[in-house]
Design a binder for this molecule. Structure first.
Ligand code: RIB
Ligand code: CA
Length: 316
């Protein structure tokens, strides 16, 4: 029985790879996409989600538009220098023919989880605003979700949006702190592992060489994204695999090494958005901010080559 998942996404070049990876994995049944700001504004994220499902021939999958802004203030703005003005590497795709459903993302997430207790896995691969809003709408989803597997955070390593913080968490730290404290089974697939998963030009060449329409789309949107990584990380070749790493975890968690720690998110000052696990402090002196917080399953190691091969095997 394929595992039902909802992907909450801000497509986004790596989001597109992750969505295609999930659609081509028989272990998974994508029952919906919900959209959020981050790489682009939410309207464009929604348009891109619709476009991706059309390319994949899966317009049967509903797309529900989510929040336009974070919980605590206006959206800081997109990152065209990473994902392109269109969020798809400036591939300038035609407008989608399909439309999103009328139901907002948070309501869609609540309705699906409450209708199938214990069956739905949430896979957020953008800022966590919609997930926090769904918890606010119906707190019982914390008891009825099967699992939450999110791409975001940086437990023991520097950030990427700032020296302190990873982009998805930095875009809505207040929402992230709610999500990590909700007491549901949550796995954090953060930079601790995604910065170990480097798809090289040789890996990427497999997508360009494939006549699969999904691989062809990936090959078309990668160059702009790759150029950003190679500018931002002198000496680097290729890209980091962020969002697909969360999909890989859902398919095969044995790819990862994990630790369980209570975790807080910084919401103030220069480190706003940093995820702080309760590591390195003895239980007797653990401050109240971490005490009584539920443990988060934090990924700290990954078999990168096996993950890259798994995704390429599905998409090329
Ligand atoms: O830090 C990487 C994350 O931020 C990925 O989800 C990428 O798509 C961006 O949203
Ligand atoms: Ca993303």
């Amino acid at each position: 029985m394929a595992r039902k998942i909802i992907i909450d996404t801000d497509p986004g070049v790596d989001d597109a790879m992750a969505i295609f990876f999930a659609l081509r994995s028989p272990e998974l049944d994508v029952i919906g996409l919900t959209t959020v700001f981050g790489n682009v504004h939410t309207d464009l994220a929604t348009t891109n989600a619709l476009r991706l499902l059309e390319i994949a021939g899966r317009t049967d999958i509903p797309v529900a538009k989510g929040a336009d802004d974070p919980l605590a203030g206006p959206f800081k703005g997109p990152v065209p220098f990473v994902h392109g003005d269109d969020g798809q590497g400036n591939a300038n795709l035609p407008a989608p023919r399909s439309r999103p459903i009328d139901q907002p993302a948070a309501a869609f997430i609540v309705e699906q989880i409450m209708a199938a207790p214990g069956e739905i896995t949430l896979v957020p691969i953008g800022p966590l605003t919609n997930i926090a809003l769904a918890l606010r709408l119906e707190p019982r989803i914390a008891q009825h979700v099967k699992e939450v597997v999110l791409m975001g955070g940086n437990a023991l390593c520097p950030g990427n949006a700032t020296p302190a913080a990873e982009a998805n968490i930095h875009n809505d730290p207040e929402a992230a702190d709610v999500v990590f404290g909700a007491g549901w089974p949550v796995t954090m697939v953060g930079l601790d592992v995604t910065h170990q998963v480097n798809m090289t030009p040789e890996h990427l060449a497999r997508y360009a060489a494939s006549d699969d329409p999904l691989a062809q789309h990936i090959a078309r949107i990668i160059p702009h994204y790759r150029a950003y990584f190679e500018r931002a990380n002198p000496g680097m070749r290729g890209i980091y695999v962020h969002d697909s790493s969360a999909i890989a975890y859902v398919i095969d968690p044995t790819l990862f090494e994990t630790r369980q720690w209570p975790l807080r998110v910084e919401t103030q000052g220069v480190s706003r958005g940093k995820t702080w696990p309760a590591v390195g402090t003895g239980a007797e002196q653990l401050p109240a901010a971490w005490r009584n917080r539920p443990p988060v399953n934090v990924c700290v190691g990954v078999d990168a080559e096996r993950l890259i091969a798994l995704e390429a095997g599905r998409l090329t």
